[in-house]
Ligand binder design. Structure first.
Ligand SMILES: *Cc1c(COP(=O)(O)O)cnc(C)c1O
Length: 222
């Protein structure tokens, strides 16, 4: 069930702080997406390729679809024709595949590099060295003309320890600033820092997030 009151409060609060809201609609029916669309929401996030390609044609064409899950290289071509932003680029091989498939589709695709910031083992993402290697070998992604690296994404530990979560977000913001200064000086392309979910978005925004991905606060528990 969509909580329209929560949506109105959250979206007003975020827009006042210039933070973009991606409404995470994974596992939720298209009716729920329509309900938020009717209130003006246009950015929606999905985690699963099959679910996204099933929902996309049933919904308004001006929705900006964010792919926020783990993306397998053999699935890239299914979302490339319409996706707005891919948040989870976690290897150079995936970025190269995306460049190739984007060329084939005649598009330039915006993406974020996913950084592993959590102390947990299970979350996907690259470490600082892998990010630096990728940036060096692709000149900030510019040697791949059909992709555009717009920023970084990360997920903090799933933990009640707010200070741990805060430190993880802070380390991602610091890496964002370093990458921006090293590879994108004087270039506004690299401007998106996607961090924060239902439980931790306040902390993420305090630490410099400008894009949050919120599901259960808007759509109810999954
Ligand atoms: C599911 C998911 C979210 C949203 O999680 P909530 O806790 O429901 O807000 C955000 N980001 C990613 C990558 C997700 O998989």
């Amino acid at each position: 069930m969509v909580d329209t009151k929560a949506y109105n409060l959250i979206s007003a609060r975020l827009s006042a702080r210039h933070v973009s809201l991606v409404a995470v609609s994974k596992t939720k029916p298209t009716e729920d997406i329509q309900a938020l669309y009717a209130l003006g929401q246009r950015d929606f996030g999905e985690n699963y390729v099959q679910e996204l390609v099933t929902k996309q044609p049933q919904l308004p064409s001006d929705i900006r679809w964010h792919f926020i899950g783990h993306l397998q290289r053999n699935k890239v071509r299914f979302i490339v024709p319409f996706v707005h932003l891919i948040h989870g680029i976690d290897s150079q091989r995936l970025l190269v595949t995306l460049d190739k498939e984007a060329a084939r589709a005649g598009r330039r695709i915006d993406c974020l590099l996913q950084v592993h910031i959590a102390s947990e083992e299970t979350k996907f993402g690259m470490d600082i060295n892998e990010i630096n290697d990728l940036m060096n070998s692709t000149h900030g992604g510019k040697s791949l003309p059909n992709v555009r690296v717009r920023g970084l994404m990360g997920m903090a530990s799933f933990s009640d320890d707010t200070e741990l979560v805060r430190r993880e977000f802070r380390s991602l913001k610091s890496l964002f600033d370093t990458v921006k200064a090293s590879f994108f000086s004087g270039d506004e392309d690299f401007s998106v820092l996607s961090m924060g979910m239902s439980a931790d978005h306040e902390t993420a925004i305090q630490e410099g997030s400008n894009m949050v991905r919120i599901g259960s606060l808007l759509f109810g528990a999954r």
